[in-house]
Design a protein around this ligand. Structure first.
Ligand SMILES: Cc1ncc(C[n+]2csc(CCOP(=O)(O)OP(=O)(O)O)c2C)c(N)n1
Length: 359
């Protein structure tokens, strides 16, 4: 069967790989907004490199690197309004940073000193903790956005997931439900070409991930996921449409995971250096910098100052969070139920009283 015949939307691009911009599609963000989009990507890249190093030094547990996906994550989260809901995954550290979490808030989780909901304002942030079970956050996002719509709130939900998630039942259930009930949900797929060792071509026979939306009765679009302005524009359009009652949209951000799946994975076992090098040349952070240089006269001094700031921010945050006391072992019982069932309460008491449980 010719899967191309179904629908293979073009990839939308605003900033070309050399940093020049396609005038017709430029969202014309203010200079300070574009600098913000760049600053967040640099912060995310610096944080990511540090997190991998911390793992190598045995100072954090397993970590899922985001290198290569900075523009996709920052561009998508930047388009969200404060009242919108956001459902990230385990790789979406830059979504959290863009959404207003401090580096410390992300680090407490990685260093085992706390978790994403141990904050004074977890509800007002409207950003859920990362899901590890693949695609389970999709039905949650559909339900939350449907509830918000039912209450008459002027907001939408964005749910992030990978190409691998599109093979899960939860993906299809969430998409189907959203299509039937026309919920204000933006499905944001970071197609980073790999689901651990499974390449995109083996994940699905569909020509594109975006075209899957057609089966559920709504629009699917593809954007260059390494182009922060294209991602921002696509997500903003989809959020606006959702909030105007036009229902859901699927966005496929075409990007690449440059690092390992997690720090416990060795990607050299399943992909070659040439491929990684090809994508390194499409680096999203460099591309935004080149755009800033072209359009806003970003200088070498601006660059140096920003890099120094990012290095210092990350070093300070790590040093501060490392001094905090760790989570108690019985924290595993928290945040699962609103009201703890009797059975769990008894288990929790046994853990606390058991001297053999490692703390
Ligand atoms: C329901 C479920 N099945 C299997 C796994 C194991 N697993 C962890 S990550 C992963 C690959 C996910 O790939 P993708 O959705 O493309 O996201 P990426 O990791 O590339 O960001 C799998 C299969 C899991 N966490 N949950």
């Amino acid at each position: 069967m010719d899967t191309m015949a179904i629908q293979a939307p073009d990839v939308t691009r605003v900033v070309a790989p050399d940093g020049t911009v396609n005038e017709g599609t430029d969202p014309e963000l203010s200079e300070s907004a574009v600098i913000d989009l760049y600053r967040l990507q640099v912060l995310a890249r610096t944080f990511d490199e540090k997190a991998v190093a911390l793992h190598r030094q045995g100072r954090i547990g397993t970590y899922a690197p985001l290198q290569g996906q900075e523009a996709a994550q920052v561009g998508a989260a930047y388009a969200l309004a404060d009242d919108d809901y956001c459902f990230p995954t385990y790789r979406d550290h830059a979504i959290y940073l863009t959404r207003g979490l401090a580096l410390e808030d992300v680090l407490v989780h990685l260093l085992g000193k706390g978790n994403y909901v141990d904050r004074e304002d977890p509800a007002t942030l409207r950003t859920f903790p990362p899901t590890i079970p693949i695609a389970t956050q999709l039905p949650h996002a559909v339900g939350v956005s449907m509830a918000a719509d039912y209450r008459g709130d002027d907001c939408a939900a964005l749910v992030s997931f990978g190409d691998g998630a599109t093979s899960e039942g939860d993906f299809h259930e969430g998409m189907n439900f959203a299509g039937v009930f026309e919920t204000p949900t933006v499905f944001f797929c970071q197609n980073n070409q790999w689901a651990i060792s499974m390449p995109r071509e083996r994940q699905t026979a569909s020509a594109t991930i975006a075209q899957k939306a057609q089966a559920y009765g709504f629009e699917g679009v593809r954007v260059d996921g390494n182009d922060v302005l294209a991602v921002y524009t696509a997500v903003e359009d989809a959020l606006d449409a959702a909030k105007s009652g036009e229902g859901p949209r699927l966005i496929e951000a075409v990007t690449y995971r440059r690092g390992a799946h997690t720090t416990t994975d060795d990607p050299s076992k399943y992909r070659d250096d040439e491929e990684v090098e090809k994508w390194r040349q499409k680096d999203p952070v460099e591309r935004t910098r080149e755009f800033l240089e072209d359009a806003h006269g970003w200088s070498a001094t601006d660059e140096e100052k920003l890099r120094e700031w990012a290095d210092q921010r990350v070093a300070e945050a790590v040093a501060e969070v490392e001094t905090r006391t760790g989570l108690d072992v019985d924290a595993i019982f928290e945040h699962v139920y609103a009201e703890t069932p009797e059975r769990l309460r008894r288990q929790r008491e046994r853990v606390v009283d058991n001297p053999e449980v490692e703390r």
